[in-house]
Design a protein around this ligand. Structure first.
Ligand code: FMN
Length: 98
């Protein structure tokens, strides 16, 4: 259905993958690379990693989002995640995963 809407509208399509699992770099790249979407809306990883494009480009570890701060209405959990300021290994960011 999504692809039908895309074809009929003729407009660029931004998709998301829902909330069942956090969208990762490979999933996003596959969706664009296989032509299923023009772009992918990334939520949780983008919240936890203010420099997410750079981390994905450099294959850097990511910080985990703290879901207890989602929709809290304040800045906590939205603007206080650290950037990955170590250019070549051993990030100083806390909760990391690949
Ligand atoms: C805390 C939070 C706030 C969000 N706010 C919006 C929003 O304002 N508008 C929107 O279109 N999607 C919003 N989303 C949805 C994300 O854009 C994304 O589609 C969804 O989180 C699934 O992608 P993910 O696996 O990368 O998190 C939000 C998601 C989260 C977790």
């Amino acid at each position: 259905m999504v692809q039908d809407l895309r074809r009929i509208s003729g407009s660029p399509l931004i998709v998301n993958t829902g909330f069942s699992s956090v969208t990762d770099r490979r999933t996003a790249a596959d969706l664009v690379g296989t032509g299923q979407a023009d772009a992918v809306a990334v939520g949780r990883a983008a919240i936890a990693n203010p420099d997410l494009p750079r981390r994905w480009q450099a294959d850097r570890p990511e910080a985990f989002p703290d879901q207890t701060t989602f929709y809290s209405g304040g800045a906590t959990g939205y603007t206080d995640y650290p950037v990955d300021d170590v250019p070549d290994g051993n990030s100083s960011a806390g909760r990391l995963h690949r």
